[in-house]
Design a protein around this ligand. Structure first.
Ligand SMILES: NC(=O)c1ccc[n+]([C@@H]2O[C@H](COP(=O)([O-])OP(=O)(O)OC[C@H]3O[C@@H](n4cnc5c(N)ncnc54)[C@H](O)[C@@H]3O)[C@@H](O)[C@H]2O)c1
Length: 262
């Protein structure tokens, strides 16, 4: 249970949902964790719950200078940085024929720009000569949506495909330039967090399924494991990728979807 003891981690979007679960699981595995989120009250509560040695920092992942100051604060508080989880994300459901450019921009900003800036500042911080400078690992949160065609989430799926490509190029640059940072991503299946439950309601409201329950049953029907994912399923996969057990794994996307995307 202490495989990550002595390691220092930052989890974006850690105030609730999958990110909160990842922060809790990393802490349970021995890491010191800083939760980074725009939801200050919820994020600070998660950090307080984790207890001594953990913290919260305000971060809007779309803000370049915000990243610089958040990681400076996290390195100051934790005494270094070994693990960055780029989990913050947004999903706005729409048929392609009804797309609102503002929603498209929001998803591009948070999911693509946010993850890109996380990679930028994470690599700068962890590479030799950086404020932490000891190498480490970055785990991006993509989605099963990057690997299948599910109706109502075209732009979201496109942004998560972008996260997948960002991951691979970042792993390549990190290797070629000797940063000592492994970079991977996970493709979570549907988990009934605020986002996941909202998605089931939204696709039903669009008439794609008879009801939110029918949408969930549709997803389960496409899933060989025969159930939805849980927060813990996703968090355990992130912990694995963060540990030395994954020491020779970089540049991959790991499906954590009960087989839905195979
Ligand atoms: N829940 C699912 O079914 C599912 C499936 C596949 C992938 N994912 C991905 O997992 C990640 C977490 O999803 P979730 O279900 O926990 O969602 P959620 O909506 O419950 O939580 C998202 C968190 O991200 C934070 N966030 C949003 N915009 C931010 C910004 N600009 N800066 C900093 N923080 C920001 C929110 O405040 C919130 O705490 C997302 O990237 C999502 O796309 C979720």
């Amino acid at each position: 249970m202490s495989e990550l003891s002595g390691r220092r981690a930052v989890v974006t979007g850690g105030a609730q949902g999958l990110g909160e679960g990842m922060a809790r699981a990393l802490a349970a595995a021995g890491a010191s964790v800083v939760v980074a989120d725009v939801k200050d009250d919820l994020g600070a509560k998660v950090a307080a719950d984790l207890g001594e040695g953990h913290g919260f920092v305000h971060l809007d992942v779309t803000d370049d200078s915000g990243w610089a100051s958040a990681l400076t604060a996290a390195v100051g508080e934790l005494g270094g940085l070994d693990i960055l989880v780029n989990n913050a994300g947004v999903e706005i459901t729409s048929l392609i024929t009804e797309l609102d450019p503002a929603d498209v921009r929001t998803m591009l900003e948070v999911n693509v720009l946010g993850t890109s800036l996380g990679l930028k500042h994470g690599l700068r911080t962890m590479r030799p000569g950086g404020a932490a400078g000891q190498g480490g690992t970055i785990i991006n949160v993509s989605s099963v949506a990057a690997t299948i065609a599910f109706p109502g989430i075209a732009v979201y799926s496109a942004t998560k495909s972008a996260v997948d490509r960002l991951t691979r190029v970042a792993a390549m640059e990190s290797g070629k330039l000797g940063y000592g940072v492994r970079v991977n991503c996970v493709y979570p299946g549907l988990v009934p967090t605020e986002m996941g439950a909202g998605l089931a309601s939204d696709v039903a409201a669009l008439g794609l399924f008879e009801s939110p329950q029918a949408a969930v049953e549709g997803v389960v029907g496409l899933t060989p494991a025969g159930r939805l994912g849980t927060v813990e399923d996703m968090a355990d996969a992130v912990v694995f990728l963060a540990t030395d057990r994954a020491r020779f794994i970089t540049g991959v996307g790991l499906p954590v979807d009960g087989g839905m995307g195979m």
